[in-house]
Design a protein around this ligand. Sequence first.
Ligand SMILES: [Zn+2]
Length: 484
Amino acid sequence: MAENKGVTPRSEDYSRWYTDVVQKADLADYAPVRGCMIIKPYGYELWENIKSALDCRFKATGHRNAYFPLFIPMSYIEKEAEHVEGFKPELAVVTHGGGSELDEPLVVRPTSETLFGEAYAKWIQSYRDLPMLINQWANVVRWEMRPRLFLRTTEFLWQEGHTAHATRDEAVDETLKILDIYAEVSEKVCAVPVIKGRKSPQEKFAGADDTYTIESMMGNTWALQGATSHFLGQNFAKAFDITFLDESNELQHVWTTSWGMTTRTVGAIIMTHGDDKGLRLPPAIAPIQAVIVPIWKTDEQRDSVFEFANQVKSQLEAVGIRMHIDERDGLSPGFKFNDWEMRGVPVRLEIGPRDVEGQSVMAGRRDVPGKEGKQIIPVAELAARIPALLEEIQEALLREATEFRDSNLHEVNSYDELKAIVGTGWGLMWHCATPECEDKIKEETKATCRCFPLDQNPEWSPEGAKCAVCGEPAFGKAYFARAY
Ligand SMILES: [Zn+2]
């Protein structure tokens, strides 16, 4: 008999727990090249569901998908000074092709502002060409010295949006509109609550005027940056000479934005919802929303149980539920229950001979252990009650994560108070936004500046407020936390 080996308890070793879940829930595996990963079908299906939630929202707001090449001439990367400085340490560079040394080395794209910049300079002539709103789904490479599955990999999947606008205001609006889309997908679809904020100058994207972020709290209270949206000002427009003739026939530089969300979102979902039994998936993105585990002893029972199970499956598929029947032979029901718990399937339907007789199923919730999470549902009520149950689970996961996060957010009035809570929560503190203070805090506490939350309390006034570390005038209140 096969045996279920569980995962390392979170309290024992959080990092080991995470790796165990990724592998035992069948999401991903290591690849021959260090830092790369193989995303297995179950993990990829999860990503596909995140991807469609984003893609339909991008399209609904006027963006179109395109595909730009993987290789970027080295000279392009070097055109925007801050950009190259920021990315140089992470670049993978191709020097040979077709058996001979290339005249110019090619960078394997770490991000595509430069290629879009070059193309937009050609494509944009007049105000009529604006705004230009393009997104691409692609892989990128950023050399990673300390890789972790999904969270930090040398190659990862993402979408990158690149837009050009006639005015500064329009570009800023776009940056924030996308931030709202990221927040909505994170909270409503992935059930991962976020804090929307602005990055400090030190933490912003290389080449941006402003970077906006969504930050989430993982199960060990560390922070994870979920996605970023950048207002690029006219930096790339000037570096690539992207100009247009405005309505009064004057030549102007455009204003650009860029924004991305990556496969690291899968890691955020694991660490927000997972428990010591494995993964817990929000129904909205679960590749399997309800799994049927048939239970039988004799061949005769097997036939009637499977017939009933198939009937239940089609009934629920007809109302749009993603279903699966566990038909594996030679495994005990107990083994199968544990296995589906490990994979985080939100609802389990047990069907045995007595259920066939009673024309009902036993439904169990992944998020509520034991008897409390179980209920008997008559077959005639399944089509109404299972979708409602999935919605309830979706909300319960978001609520649980939000309560956990809120109970670990602390407003701190001094640097000493911050030191006392770092590692067990986030501290919200007056901050001057200088790299000097951030470096000091990082060195002494390992906490980094996550963001200046956008919904700063209007009662707080930076007027007269001082940085809790250096005493210089504060820029605002910022969250500090250990982070992935
Ligand atoms: Zn300071």
